[in-house]
Design a protein around this ligand. Structure first.
Ligand SMILES: C[S@@+](CC[C@H](N)C(=O)[O-])C[C@H]1O[C@@H](n2cnc3c(N)ncnc32)[C@H](O)[C@@H]1O
Length: 284
């Protein structure tokens, strides 16, 4: 735990701060205490302490478990480095460990969802099939999968397989009986391809000014999601004033877009560096 909070002095934790430090003494988080707050802590611990039936929508962008071993991947043609996801937070010792982690997160999240809430989980072929199975085993009822097609994907630099240009979002309710969930069909039609608004969204990956960088120009986070993607998720499946949970916030895209669209949020993130980036992003 010490390393987790090593540079906590940099983050304002006063009563008016947007950040709450989770700690062992805390046993219950009430709704108003965590509305529009980022909780610095482990989602597995924090979720257990949040009061039940609270959130209108949950968005989860979990580790992918990409299993990338090498620190440096070279492009086959120009021999320059590829920026992949080599982060510690993406490492698990086995599929079993990864599945246990996802299952615990999903169980925790299910309890804090309101009766008619919906949940989105995003992933790639590395993890999304496992997540879909775990969700179904836990009783979640899948409403759709939405395919995000990246207009500008990273090419397969080794040239040994197709360029992977998609991510999949699973959209679900807590169980089959739930019928009165929010779905703004006119917006869904507008965003999805074709006249009927099919479940395919074409959006570029996060780049340019939107990408959060440190003072040397390096990306702060390897998997920052585009604002446009989260905007579509929020607009199609929530109402103004709704409370949205993101238990693995990264650079805080979910909360940032929620506020832009007059929704409220609670975010959880384990890495203080990312929380600092979120604060800078909100102050910008
Ligand atoms: C795929 S990234 C999310 C990126 C985010 N959607 C964005 O737009 O920046 C996953 C995040 O989950 C965080 N994370 C992983 N395990 C966690 C845990 N147990 N509790 C809280 N955060 C966790 C990682 O630190 C990482 O920032």
């Amino acid at each position: 735990m010490e390393t987790l909070f090593a540079n906590k002095n940099k983050i304002d934790s006063s009563e008016n701060s947007i950040v709450i430090y989770d700690n062992q003494d805390k046993s219950l988080y009430k709704a108003e205490e965590i509305r529009n707050k980022i909780i610095l802590g482990d989602a597995l611990d924090v979720l257990r302490k949040i009061e039940s039936d609270l959130f209108d929508m949950v968005f989860i962008d979990p580790p992918y478990f990409l299993q990338l071993q090498k620190k440096k991947l070279k492009r086959w043609n120009v021999k320059t480095d590829v920026e992949g996801v080599f982060d510690e937070w993406d490492k698990f010792s086995s599929f079993e460990e990864y599945d246990d982690f996802i299952q615990s997160i999903l169980k925790g999240v299910k309890r804090v969802m309101k009766e008619n809430a919906t949940i989105w989980v995003i992933g790639t072929y590395h993890n999304i099939f496992r997540i879909g199975k775990i969700m179904q085993d836990l009783g979640f009822w899948i409403l759709n999968d939405v395919i995000w097609v990246k207009n500008n994907p990273m090419p397969n630099w080794l040239g040994v397989r197709f360029t992977n240009a998609t991510e999949t979002l699973i959209w679900a309710v807590k169980d089959k009986k739930v019928k009165k969930y929010t779905f703004n069909k006119e917006l869904a039609k507008q965003f999805g391809i074709g006249k009927i608004g099919a479940n395919v969204w074409q959006i570029p990956i996060c780049s340019g000014k939107e990408r959060i960088r440190d003072k040397d120009g390096n990306k702060i986070h390897s998997t920052q999601k585009p604002i446009e993607l989260i905007k579509r998720v929020i607009l199609t499946t929530t109402k103004e004033g709704d409370l949205i949970l993101d238990p693995m916030a990264g650079t805080g895209t979910t909360g940032y877009v929620a506020k832009m669209l007059n929704r409220d949020f609670t975010m959880i993130e384990r890495k203080p560096e990312y929380i600092e980036a979120i604060i800078r992003r909100f102050n910008r």
